[in-house]
Each structure stands twice: as structure tokens, then as C-alpha cells.
Design a protein around this ligand. Structure first.
Ligand SMILES: [Zn+2]
Length: 224
């Protein structure tokens, strides 16, 4: 449970406790009314609301990403967005990961780092007409991790399979087909050539990992 959820439950419990304590003591021995502890209870409720909003936003984002990633993988998957607390303790450079189970099979669950999750959230709220480079990368990170969840362990293979599905992922997240195709093409042209060497192999028209899917990001290149 994230730390904010503990604060939420704690402040609601305290508000309930203050109310329950007040009920039998509503009036003193002379029958005079004791006021309801509205400032303390109000403060507890305000803290609870302050925690509930980011928790709800976070859960909603994860649900949207899970829905789209599940469509691409073809099976239900879990997508966790890293929280601020987890990001604070995290020193890794990767943007997301999928764990392999003890049997060597990738799990149907991924963790996406705080940065790309924030970029995904910004992109989802935008018109999707002119995404920033970070937003393009963030959509691709989700597709890349989805490819690991589908069972691909090799990085170059996962990267290439993802680039052939970035457009479909963008559409599953609410982009138009044209916006999805443009996003996939931008990743292929702008980011992929700069990836570390273990990611850059066997991709492109007619190459090892070309699955011959319709509308790959390199679609127009053969016609010049
Ligand atoms: Zn990977």
C-alpha cells in the first residue's frame, strides 16, 4: 500500500474516533451542549481528501495503461506507475522493467518509472497532435515493456516488436490512427538510432525482427 493510503486511512480513522468520542458527551452533567470538534474532524477529512485525489489519479492512469497494454499483449497485464517515494530511492537508469519469474518466463506485470508515467499522463490529457519527444518515448516504453510481458526477453527483439506496435498502442490509448502512425515514425527516426547498441539490431524493412505487420514505422522508406 502506498504511504499516502496509510495517511488517508489514518486520518479517516481519527475523524471517526473523534466523532464517536463526542457522541456520548454531547452535553455535560448540567445538560449544556458540548460543541462538535469540527475543526479537528474537518482537518482530518481535508487531509484524507488531499491524499485521495493523487491516489485516485494514479490508479486511474494505471488502469488506462493496463487496458491499452492488455490489448497489445492480448492478455490482461498489470502496469504499475512508480510513486514519488519509490522514485526517490531508485537509482536505475532504465525507464521501466518486467521481472522474469523463477521459471525464466517474464511476468505479466511491469513497473514504469515516474518520469515516463508523468509524460504518459501529460500526453493522455493533450490533443495528441504534437507530442514532445519525452511523450513519444513514454508511449514506446509502455509498448516495449508490453513486448517483454508477451514473452520476449531479448532487448533488440523487444525494441523492434514494440516499434511495430507503437502506433497500435497510441490508438489503444486514444490517439487517432494518423497520430499513432506519426508517433511510431518519430520514435523510429529520432530515438531508436540513439539507443544503446544492445537495443539496435535486426530491425527495419525485411530484417530479422520485421514481422511484416501492416504500417510499420519504416513503411514509406522503400518508396523514397
Ligand atoms: Zn527491455
Amino acid at each position: 500500500m502506498p504511504p499516502l493510503a496509510y495517511v488517508l486511512v489514518g486520518s479517516l480513522a481519527l475523524a471517526a474516533l473523534l466523532t464517536i468520542r463526542w457522541v456520548p458527551r454531547r452535553s455535560d452533567s448540567l445538560g449544556r451542549r458540548r460543541p462538535f470538534p469540527r475543526i479537528s474532524v474537518g482537518l482530518c477529512v481535508a487531509i484524507a481528501i488531499g491524499c485521495a485525489v493523487p491516489l485516485w489519479t494514479h490508479a486511474r492512469l494505471e488502469a488506462r495503461l493496463e487496458g491499452a497494454a492488455g490489448k497489445i499483449v492480448g492478455e490482461p497485464v498489470r502496469v504499475h506507475c512508480q510513486t514519488s517515494g519509490q522514485a526517490f530511492l531508485d537509482v536505475g537508469a532504465e525507464l521501466g522493467w518486467v521481472r522474469w519469474g523463477p521459471d525464466g518466463v517474464p511476468e505479466h506485470s511491469t513497473l514504469i518509472k515516474r518520469g515516463p508515467c508523468a509524460d504518459l499522463s501529460a500526453w493522455l490529457r493533450s490533443s495528441k497532435r504534437d507530442p514532445s519527444s519525452d511523450e513519444v518515448v513514454a508511449v514506446h516504453v509502455l509498448t516495449h515493456e508490453a513486448m517483454h510481458m508477451s514473452g520476449i526477453k531479448n532487448e533488440a527483439h523487444a525494441e523492434c516488436a514494440a516499434m511495430q506496435r507503437d502506433a497500435a498502442m497510441a490508438v489503444a490509448l486514444g490517439a487517432s490512427p494518423a497520430q499513432g502512425a506519426e508517433l511510431a515514425r518519430r520514435y523510429w527516426l529520432e530515438t531508436y538510432p540513439q539507443m544503446p547498441s544492445e537495443y539496435v539490431r535486426g530491425c527495419g524493412a525485411g530484417s530479422e525482427y520485421d514481422e511484416g505487420l501492416p504500417n510499420p514505422p519504416w513503411a514509406d522508406e522503400t518508396t523514397g
